[in-house]
Design a protein around this ligand. Structure first.
Ligand code: PMP
Length: 427
C-alpha cells in the first residue's frame, strides 16, 4: 500500500500540532511508522487519504457499535444542525436521552451529560468525594479513566500505599490522594482499605479493563469489591466508558449483576460525537449543583448535535433485541478463528475476550492485571500490527489496547481477517 499523502499530512501536522496528533496513541509511537490519515468511513471500513481501505477493529475506540456513518445518526445530526448547534439552554432532547439511558441502565435514577469520558470520571470522583466527605480514592494499575490529574498516577514505591504522579504537571499533593491497587487482587484492595480506614471516598474500576488489552474481572471480583466498598462506606464507581451499552444494554452492571454507586459513560452514548455522562441513584445525584453543593458544569454539555446522535444510537441499541447476541457471535467467531491459526502456526499467545471486546497478547501465560499484560512480546506485536495494516486490517496501534467489534462487520470480513492472520504468522 502507498501512504504518500498520509506521510505528507503527518509532516504538515507536526508543524502545528504537538506530535502531529490531538491524542497521543494516534501517533503510532508504540508501533513505529507514520499514522494513516483517515478521510472517511462507512460501515466496518475506513478509507485513508491515499485511497486505501481498511477493516476497522478500533471503531473510534468503541462507539461505532453499529458501524461508521450509521444513517439514523447522520440524518439526526444534519437535521439538528440546521436548527442551531448550541444554545446554552435546556432542550427537550436532553430529557429524552436521559430518560432512555435511565431506562436501560440498572441502579440509576438520574444522569448528567458532559463532553468526554475524562470529564465523566473526573466529575464522578468529585461527586463521590463531596458525598462521602472523604478525599482518597482507589484506582487500579493499568485502568485508564481519562487524563484528569487524579488518574495520572503510578504506584508508589515499596511499602508506600500512596501513588506518585506519572506525568509532569500532576502535583504530589494530588497523587497522595490516589491509591493504586492491583486488578483482580481483592486482598490488595482490602489491605488498602485497612491502611486507610474511614478515608476512602470511592473505588473506581473498569469492570472489564480495556486499557491494558482486554482483561476480564475474575469470578466474583466485582461482587467482592461491592462488599468491601459497602463495608467501608466508600462508593463503587464503574467506569463504563468502554463497556457501557456494549457488553449489554445495561453494561457491566447487568452482565455481572453487580450494583455500582456511580456509573461513568462515554463514547457509545454520543454515537461518535463528543459525549460522556455520569449517573447514580437520586441520593447521590441530588448532591450535584444546582440541587446540591458539588459543582460541575459545561457550556457544551448536552449539546443538541451530540444529544441527537446519542439518542439515535441508544434507541437503536434499545430496540434491536438481537444486537448484543450478534456482537457476541461475531466476536466469538473471530476469537475461534484466530486461536486456530495461531495454534497451527505455533505462535505463543493468550486471547482475552468479553462480549465484543477482545485482545491478542503475545505471551503464553494468563493476562489478568497490568503486570501480566506487560509481559507480552511487544516486538512481535509491532510486526503483527504493521503486517495487518499492510493487508487492510486496522487494529489499535498499541499492544495495550482492546479491539472493538462492530455489528457492521460481515462474516466475510472476519474470514478475511483470520486468513490474513494465518498468512502473517506462518513461519
Ligand atoms: N475511561 C475509559 C475506560 C476509557 O477507555 C477512556 C478513553 N479511552 C476514558 C475513560 C476517557 O475518555 P475520553 O477519551 O472520552 O476523555
Amino acid at each position: 500500500m502507498l501512504y504518500k499523502r498520509s506521510n505528507q499530512l503527518f509532516v504538515e501536522a507536526n508543524e502545528v500540532i504537538p506530535g502531529g496528533v490531538n491524542s497521543p496513541v494516534r501517533a503510532f509511537k508504540a508501533v513505529g511508522g507514520t499514522p494513516i490519515f483517515v478521510k472517511e468511513a462507512k460501515g466496518a471500513y475506513l478509507y485513508d487519504e491515499d485511497g486505501n481501505k481498511y477493516i476497522d477493529y478500533i471503531n473510534s475506540w468503541g462507539p461505532m457499535i453499529l458501524g461508521h456513518a450509521y444513517e439514523p445518526v447522520v440524518s439526526a445530526v444534519i437535521e439538528k444542525a440546521k436548527k442551531g448547534t448550541s444554545f446554552g439552554t435546556p432542550t427537550e432532547l436532553e430529557t429524552k436521552i436521559a430518560a432512555l439511558a435511565v431506562s436501560m441502565v440498572p441502579n440509576i435514577d438520574k444522569i448528567r451529560f458532559v463532553s468526554s469520558g475524562t470529564e465523566a470520571c473526573m466529575s464522578a470522583i468529585r461527586l463521590a468525594r463531596g458525598f462521602t466527605k472523604r478525599e482518597k480514592i482507589i484506582k487500579f494499575s493499568g485502568c485508564y479513566h481519562g487524563h484528569s490529574d487524579s488518574f495520572l498516577i503510578a504506584a508508589g514505591s515499596g511499602a508506600s500505599t500512596f501513588g506518585v504522579p506519572n506525568s509532569p504537571g500532576v502535583t504530589a499533593g494530588t497523587a497522595k490522594d490516589t491509591l493504586l491497587a492491583k486488578y483482580n487482587d481483592i486482598d490488595n484492595v482490602k489491605q488498602l482499605f485497612e491502611a486507610n480506614k474511614g478515608e476512602i471516598a470511592a473505588l473506581i474500576i473498569e469492570p472489564v479493563a480495556g486499557n491494558m488489552g482486554c482483561i476480564p474481572p475474575k469470578k466474583d471480583f466485582l461482587k467482592q469489591l461491592r462488599e468491601v466498598c459497602s463495608e467501608n462506606g466508600a462508593l463503587l464507581v464503574f467506569d463504563e466508558v468502554m463497556t457501557g451499552f456494549r457488553l449489554a444494554r445495561g453494561g457491566a452492571q447487568e452482565l455481572y449483576q453487580v450494583k455500582a454507586d456511580i456509573v461513568c459513560f462515554g463514547k457509545v452514548i454520543g454515537g461518535g460525537l463528543p459525549v460522556g455522562a455520569f449517573a447514580a441513584r437520586n441520593e447521590i445525584m441530588n448532591y450535584l449543583s444546582p440541587l446540591g453543593p458539588v459543582y460541575q458544569a459545561g457550556t457544551l454539555s448536552g449539546n443538541p448535535l451530540a444529544m441527537a446522535a446519542g439518542y439515535e444510537m441508544l434507541k437503536a441499541l434499545q430496540e434491536d433485541q438481537e444486537i448484543f447476541k450478534r456482537l457476541e457471535d461475531k466476536t466469538a467467531y473471530l476469537e475461534k478463528g484466530i486461536r486456530k491459526v495461531l495454534q497451527d502456526n505455533q505462535v505463543v499467545f493468550t486471547i482475552n475476550r468479553v462480549g465484543s471486546m477482545i485482545s491478542v497478547h503475545f505471551d503464553a501465560n494468563p493476562v489478568y492485571d497490568f503486570e501480566t499484560a506487560k509481559n507480552g512480546d511487544n516486538d512481535h506485536f509491532k510486526k503483527f500490527f504493521h503486517d495487518l495494516l499492510a493487508k487492510g486490517i486496522y487494529i489499535a496501534p498499541s499492544a495495550y489496547e482492546t479491539w472493538f467489534i462492530t455489528d457492521a462487520l460481515t462474516y466475510e470480513d472476519l474470514d478475511y481477517t483470520i486468513q490474513v492472520i494465518q498468512e502473517v504468522t506462518a513461519k
